[in-house]
Design a protein around this ligand. Sequence first.
Ligand code: CP
Ligand code: NVA
Length: 308
Amino acid sequence: MNHFLDINATSAEDLRSIIDSAKAMKAARSGLPKGTTDEDKPLDGQMVALIFEKPSTRTRVSFDVGVRQMGGQTMVLSGADMQLGHGETIADTARVLSRYVDMIMIRTFEEQTLLDMAEYATVPVINGLTNRTHPCQIMADIQTFEEHRGSISGKKVVWSGDGNNVCASFIHAAGQFGFDLTFTGPQTLDPEAGFVEEARAKGVDIQIERDPMKAVEGADLVVTDTWVSMHDPASARERRHNQLHPYQVNERLMAAAKPDALFMHCLPAHREDEATSAVMDGPNSVIFDEAENRLHAQKAIMRWCLGK
Ligand code: CP
Ligand code: NVA
């Protein structure tokens, strides 16, 4: 069995096989009603716990539907309603859940919660977002890029805005899939330096450029995300808004990238803040393909976790 904890914690070969399997599984059920079970039922008889300590639409629904399509069953648990939210340790929770279920997906705050869950669980654990990273999202994004433009290797990706958890997983992916990444945003919201160094050590070009118009020159893909994440204090909103406004992805910024540059956003979005509707609904936007591919990528991740 394998845990899927982060993109930089999974080998490049395994990441590639997961993306290829996601594409094949998606193609195999093309045109089928969404509730139809996959022919091979790889999760037949398996029970999967989906734990949420933060809100979710895409992660919750795509994991739930994905498990059911593969013939398994789910239980969706709110962290606040579990003893976990009332002082029971992660280690005890992990050991208990492992007696009932075959796999655990958790969306949590501190990365240490995820790591403790993985250390003490005897079943695979999947990272459904922490304050630091969001690997399932970026697997769906790689699949989406490749469906539209072919291999992402050697391409230029530009992240504009907050150097947050989703940005961190993109930086991990740059190192593992071999693409160049430019971060553009205010210095106070730079991505973690350690992640940048780690990706650079793998031979990819990671640049930090304060001028967004310069940053997007030659970009094959422009990505952004909310200016205030779920783990950020609400009091940060106004300051973030002022700091990040110059990094809004609008038609002017997209016009400075390559003419066929794709636009991505993991959603949920605050339209007219980090990106305008003209871009989000424009011809180069693939935001809803990204959302759909959460389903296919995570099905492939779950198969890999269970060695199926
Ligand atoms: N992109 C993403 O993870 O969305 P949710 O917060 O709705 O799960
Ligand atoms: N950066 C966002 C991503 C939401 C899917 C957050 O953590 O709130």
